[in-house]
Design a protein around this ligand. Structure first.
Ligand code: ADP
Length: 193
């Protein structure tokens, strides 16, 4: 199995690049944001509880997203590998993910971190809000709250994987294809290493 984490702040392009990467490398895409939005669309209890936090730009509890990822791993026993997008978002989630994978004889192979300046992030997110239908993208205060959560809780996830030498930084500004090429190069270098 080849398992990768596509990492970066909200608006750094994880969704766009994930679509291209899963097609090229045959990975199964696991986005906790998408999984949560589908719970909301289905009006489940979990979805209703998550929505109030997401609308404020706050993280949902670790146990909730870890449970969703654990089920997704169980539901895809024959996957060639997974691309984790928007997960792990805290060090506790990273430790839980490492445990879930090691129980299945697997591990994270690489964390690719997209680097984008804060002003560019805010611009992209508010712009996405014009068409995405995502309520958390339309309000500048919520957008900034998400970036604060990222700096406070999520950026530490890269430090966690850095101790295992699994982190590669990628410039997240430029054309979609330029960024995709840089991501592919990093993956291929790791696959042959
Ligand atoms: P973005 O990265 O653009 O903010 P996501 O779709 O990844 O968008 O996440 C949207 C919201 O869903 C987050 O602001 C957060 O409230 C919640 N969320 C998604 N993934 C996680 C996670 N791994 N842990 C906690 N909350 C999460």
């Amino acid at each position: 199995m080849f398992n990768l984490i596509l990492f970066g702040p909200p608006g750094s392009g994880k969704g766009t690049q994930s679509e291209k990467l899963i097609n090229k490398f045959g990975l199964k895409h696991l986005s906790t944001g998408d999984l949560l939005r589908s719970e909301i669309a289905n009006q489940t209890k979990l979805g209703l509880e998550a929505k109030s936090l997401m609308d404020k730009g706050q993280l949902v509890p670790d146990a909730v997203v870890v449970g969703m990822i654990s089920s997704a791993l169980d539901n895809n026993p024959y996957a060639k590998g997974f691309l984790f997008d928007g997960f792990p978002r805290t060090t506790a989630q990273a430790e839980a993910l490492d445990n879930l994978l090691s129980q299945r004889g697997a591990a994270i192979n690489i964390l690719l971190a997209l680097n984008v300046t804060e002003e560019e992030l805010v611009k992209r997110l508010l712009n996405r809000g014009l068409t995405s239908g995502r309520s958390d993208d339309t309000n500048e205060e919520v957008v900034r709250a998400r970036i604060v959560e990222y700096n406070k809780k999520t950026s530490a996830v890269a430090d966690y994987y850095r101790q295992f030498d699994k982190v590669v930084m990628i410039k997240g500004e430029g054309t979609v294809d330029e960024i995709f090429d840089a991501l592919c190069q990093a993956i291929m270098a790791k696959q042959t290493a």
